[in-house]
Design a protein around this ligand. Structure first.
Ligand code: NAD
Length: 474
């Protein structure tokens, strides 16, 4: 490996990690530096371009340094055009929505579409094939069912865009074609719970003001709300088999036992004393994933301890909502996406340590923070990079059509939903329309001294000189 390249990347990544490139001051100072560099070294730049390309000074300035005045008068617009034929490959966990959502965007933008639903949800795949056949114009919208071999055969064809939802380990092999992709992947989504999440103070103040007495029952009101929202995003969402379900919790050591108690109480309210028999709890999709999760549970117990749930029933592929405490941070459970009903809790002395834990991993698809602390909230939004983020709830950003949904880094690339789906499946074509009314000959050779005077006035941005020199280059 090239040591110099490695060292450069290491240095610059370290600088980025300090957070300095995010500050307004840094960005403004660096952009000003570029401006100064261009102003002070225009001559050198022109000389260098002359030396490399024998480029005339006039062209150097017009094409590489400055000015849009040369296109005056004109109008500009952006035309959205469809990309062509797109392939949508979807996953099993929300097999209907994850198939139709991108198809809707692709059609809205004017594309022809092939949908390849997941073979792991065969009933939905088959239904989609039947319904699309019945309702859609199958000359331009088709469902191709199948597993790896059918998908591989599809991937060998030329597509104008591929929209893939699934796990990161299945790479898209697009042989021989330059194909843009949207990758909707997964990862480990953290939920951070600050101990400062109850309304105690606020309610105390309000009630004291209104009735001159202290409330008795609201001390942990928001902790219960937070617990319920985490449960809804984890076990109430396909039994944790959702890409944006909380994958692990980070909370403080002084709050964890209270949190576990509250979550156990709320879990019992949702799924009863015997959750394996609850109709409200989804099954694991298949024995492969059931066995993977059971193994994860066994591994997790080696370093941590189950404080809630843990029961499994292979006959109906169910695993009870399970909370594990003190899992080792380098365990498999804290390395791989769990994608199931197991929720490990990592404890820290101070909640600010969450930044080190989250940023020590790949960028998540979603990150959640429960807090009433505005400073912590601002720091979380600025310092955690994630596909999406919610303060004081989980998963709901997925349902908000005004928000783009997608990953960043290892959690994916590209985004969709609502208008963003339309954008994902169209090309933004800039169209500039010139008028015949004025034709400044300064742009055409030969580049006379008069034209150069005009150019220099344009570069200086001096309107009076521009008007004066216009006469000599008309
Ligand atoms: P899956 O097994 O259904 O696979 C996804 C698609 O890839 C299927 O259509 C399948 O046929 C195809 N496929 C599988 N193996 C292939 C291969 N070798 N070559 C070509 N194509 C192949 O679903 P999965 O991958 O288990 O889905 C779960 C993962 O997807 C999780 O990581 C989850 O986080 C992620 N996910 C992400 C989103 C999102 O919107 N970002 C949504 C749902 C799931």
């Amino acid at each position: 490996m090239d040591v110099e390249a490695e060292e450069t990347v290491r240095e610059l990544r370290a600088a980025y990690t300090t957070g300095k490139t995010k500050s307004f001051e840094w960005r403004a100072s660096q952009l000003k530096a570029i401006q100064e560099m261009l102003t002070l070294h225009t001559h050198q730049i022109i000389q260098a371009l002359r030396s490399d390309l024998n480029k005339p000074e006039f062209e150097a300035v017009i094409h590489e340094v400055k000015t849009t005045l040369i296109s005056f008068p004109s109008s500009a617009k952006i035309v959205s055009e469809p990309l062509g034929l797109v392939l949508v490959i979807s996953a099993w966990n929300f097999p209907f929505a994850l198939s139709l959502d991108p198809v809707v965007g692709a059609i809205a933008a004017g594309n022809a579409v092939v949908l390849k639903p997941s073979e792991s949800a065969p009933a939905t795949s088959s239904l989609l094939a039947q319904l699309v056949e019945k309702y859609m114009d199958t000359s331009a919208v088709k469902v191709v069912e199948g597993a790896v071999s059918q998908t591989t055969a599809l991937l060998h064809q030329k597509w104008d865009k591929i929209f893939y939802t699934g796990n990161i380990y299945i790479y898209i092999y697009v042989i021989g074609h330059l194909t843009p992709v949207v990758l909707e992947l997964g990862g480990k989504c953290p939920a951070v719970l600050d101990s400062n999440i109850n309304l105690k103070h606020l309610l105390e103040l309000t009630l004291k003001h209104a009735f001159d007495k202290k409330p008795k029952c609201c001390a942990d009101l928001n902790s219960h709300v937070a617990a319920r929202r985490i449960i809804a995003g984890k076990w109430g969402c396909n039994s944790g088999q959702a890409c944006i379900s909380p994958d692990y919790i980070i909370t403080t050591k002084d709050f964890v036992s209270q949190l576990v108690n509250i979550m156990s109480v709320e879990l019992e309210k949702f799924f009863g004393k015997e959750p394996l028999h609850s109709k409200e709890l989804s099954s694991i999709i298949n024995t492969h994933h059931f066995n993977r999760l059971v193994k994860l549970l066994d591994d997790g117990q080696v370093s941590g301890k189950i404080v809630c749930g843990g029961e499994c029933d292979v006959s109906n592929l169910k695993i009870a909502p399970t909370i594990i405490l003190d899992v080792s941070r380098d365990s498999v459970m804290m390395d791989e996406e769990i994608f199931g009903p197991i929720l490990p809790i990592i404890t820290v002395d101070k909640i600010e340590e969450c930044f080190g834990v989250i940023n020590g991993k790949e960028k998540p698809l979603a990150a959640y923070l429960f807090t009433n602390n505005k400073k912590l909230e601002a720091k979380f939004v600025t310092n955690i990079s994630a596909g999406g983020m919610i303060i004081n709830d989980t998963i709901l950003h997925f349902l908000e059509p005004g928000l783009p949904f997608g990953g960043v880094g290892e959690s994916g690339m590209g985004a969709y939903h609502g208008k963003f789906s339309f954008d994902a499946f169209s090309h933004k074509k800039p169209v500039l329309k010139r008028s015949f009314a004025i034709d400044i000959s300064a742009r055409y050779p030969p580049y006379t001294p008069g034209k150069r005077r005009f150019l220099s006035a344009v570069v200086q941005g001096n309107l009076l000189d521009i008007l004066r020199s216009l006469g000599s280059c008309w």
